[in-house]
Ligand binder design. Structure first.
Ligand code: SF4
Length: 217
């Protein structure tokens, strides 16, 4: 790594560590991961006693490549994201994610005050983050950090996360065409459920990995 890259990495690390200190204060198990590989290893170790592992549909988690390893270890994988599944099969998997042993998710935005902000269309992902699974591990790349309020975080999600997500899923929303949110009334609107997790949900073993790398969007 050159000197400029080192300095950029260092600057991001300071932001990550500030978010981590806030997360700890807010009751989460907060872990700094210098690389995506560190995050992947943490998840594999954290899944040791899990029989079922749910995937919330996160591009950040997908990029870590842990699903195949967990499958090879004999875990039952609950991932509704395969296009071959019927709607009924997807719904069944999403319902089972709500009571899985370990639920893996990304996070649309994470404030430096340690608040997790997410926007869902269906609500299954945020539902499983709040209560049900024995353990939740959330992966947040440094690009998800917001130095501001939860409102600022919502603005970040609608500016940077939802438009590419709508495009990826071929939804007919204005943002999938223009790249900008227009607070649409589209039948395909993705922004239907917004959650702000201010403190660890009290009955959930909740881990947040803050990764010093850009992951997902
Ligand atoms: S409200 Fe509509 S236009 Fe705005 S980000 Fe959500 S889906 Fe896109």
């Amino acid at each position: 790594m050159g000197m400029t890259e080192d300095l950029v990495q260092w600057a991001h690390e300071q932001k990550c560590r500030k978010a981590l200190a806030s997360l700890e204060k807010n009751g989460f198990t907060a872990v700094y991961c210098a690389t995506p590989q560190d995050a992947a290893e943490y998840i594999i170790a954290g899944a040791a006693d899990a029989g079922t592992v749910g995937f919330g549909g996160s591009m950040s988690v997908v990029s870590l490549g842990v699903e195949q390893t967990l499958r090879e270890q004999g875990k039952e994988i609950l991932n509704h994201g395969y296009p071959t599944f019927s709607l009924d099969e997807k719904l069944d998997i999403m319902r089972r994610q709500l009571t899985c042993d370990l639920f893996l998710s990304g996070c649309n935005a994470l404030t430096l005050n340690g608040e997790l902000v997410n926007i869902d269309a269906t609500g299954n992902r945020v539902g499983a983050m709040l209560f049900g699974p024995r353990k939740v591990i959330v992966v947040a790349g440094r690009n998800k950090l917001v130095d501001g309020t939860p409102e600022d975080a919502i603005t970040r999600v609608k500016a940077w996360a939802t438009p590419p997500n709508a495009k990826r899923l071929s939804y007919k929303t204005p943002c999938a065409t223009t790249g900008f949110c227009s607070d649409c009334g589209s039948p395909d609107r993705l922004c239907r459920v917004t959650t702000i997790i201010n403190r660890r949900p009290r009955l959930t073993d909740f881990h947040v990995l803050v990764v010093n790398a850009d992951l997902g969007f």
